[in-house]
Design a protein around this ligand. Structure first.
Ligand code: MG
Length: 335
């Protein structure tokens, strides 16, 4: 028998942005093959996480997906959903209402800022560094900050089995991006959650804080987004200009509904500046980084492939983003 460590991970009831919470369950088992149905439910005190009040504060964690935990020996990271004692999903449980679609392929581009002492890493104690321009995809002291941390995060994500497809330094100093690709809506949401969890956990070792606010520094500094690339089977295999335009038009009609699900304070980022479209406008275009929806040149070439929704904020809930995209796609005729 081995003593295996299972980190039960969930999100709390803080608004507008939930925080990760987690605790470790140690179990004696010969081995664990990733099948979460053998893991027990567990409870926690919801009154300490803004998820319940008063005397009956126990909430239930139900394991939903597991990943190897590269940060510890004999350990696994467990995505959990939160349920009320009567078995109904808790109001903070946005994962529960996702209808999975394994044929949807998703690529999230998660931008974030590393902070230390409430300043972005690399910023001087007072004032600002040189204006934007020299930092994007940069190399060299003064041009980037935090690379050691960023690369360690990349490696542990890969070790956890995530399909990271790249990382890069972003437009603001101390700002970075990674891209994670997943097949299936639920898996995409879970993969992104695990990548964010690892970001926060690893930052403890460095004394850093991870800031995923969409406009961490006011003024002429890029905000942080989470561009969401998506395709369904029809978009990849049948395609056609009409299909892609129909999808963009459907997204236009549901713009407000999407924006409501795309993260708090996003109006500070979607201003029409800094490679964004204004939050109250909708537009799409081939290779257009100032549009709400970019039709990538690779898709426009033979009108097959994915579209990029550039509206979601860096702090958005991936399950809510994907539910909205799925709902809008349902209104499009694909035959
Ligand atoms: Mg970017």
């Amino acid at each position: 028998m081995n003593k295996l460590k299972f980190e039960y991970i969930w999100r709390d009831g803080y608004k507008p942005e939930a925080n990760f919470r987690s605790k470790t369950k140690i179990m004696k088992m010969n081995s664990f093959d990733g099948d979460v149905s053998v893991l027990p439910e567990w409870s926690f005190d919801g009154s300490s996480t803004k998820q319940s009040e008063g005397n009956f504060s126990d909430l239930i964690l139900i394991p939903k997906r597991s990943y190897p935990d590269p940060t510890r020996l004999n350990a696994f990271l467990i995505i959990c959903e939160v349920f009320n004692p009567d078995g109904t999903p808790h109001s903070s449980n946005t994962r529960h209402s996702v209808n999975d679609d394994p044929e949807m392929w998703i690529g999230f581009e998660q931008e974030y800022v590393i902070s230390k002492g409430n300043r972005p890493l690399g910023f001087p104690k007072d004032g600002y560094p040189a204006p934007q321009g020299q930092y994007y995809c940069a190399v060299g002291t003064g041009n980037v900050a935090g690379r050691e941390f960023v690369e360690e995060h990349m490696d542990i994500c890969l070790d956890a089995g995530l399909d990271l497809s790249g990382i890069n330094a972003e437009v603001m100093l101390g700002q970075w991006e990674y891209q994670v690709f997943s097949k299936g809506i639920l898996k995409a949401g879970d993969d992104l959650m695990i990548s964010r969890y690892l970001l926060h956990k690893l930052a403890e070792n460095y004394g850093y804080k991870i800031d995923i606010h969409p406009k961490p520094i006011k003024g002429d500094w890029n905000g942080s987004g989470m561009h969401t690339n998506f395709s369904n089977k029809a978009m990849r295999e049948i395609g056609g200009k009409k299909m892609m335009i129909d999808i963009c038009e459907a997204l236009s009609k549901s713009h407000k509904e999407h924006i409501a699900a795309y993260g708090a304070d996003n109006e500070q980022r979607l201003t029409g500046e800094h490679e964004t479209q204004r939050i109250d406008k909708f537009s799409y275009g081939v290779s257009d980084r100032g549009a709400s929806i970019r039709i990538p040149a690779s898709t426009a070439k033979n009108w097959k492939g994915h579209l990029e929704d550039r509206r979601p904020a860096s702090n958005a809930d991936p399950y809510l983003i994907l539910q909205k995209i799925q709902k809008t796609l349902k209104s499009v005729k694909f035959d």
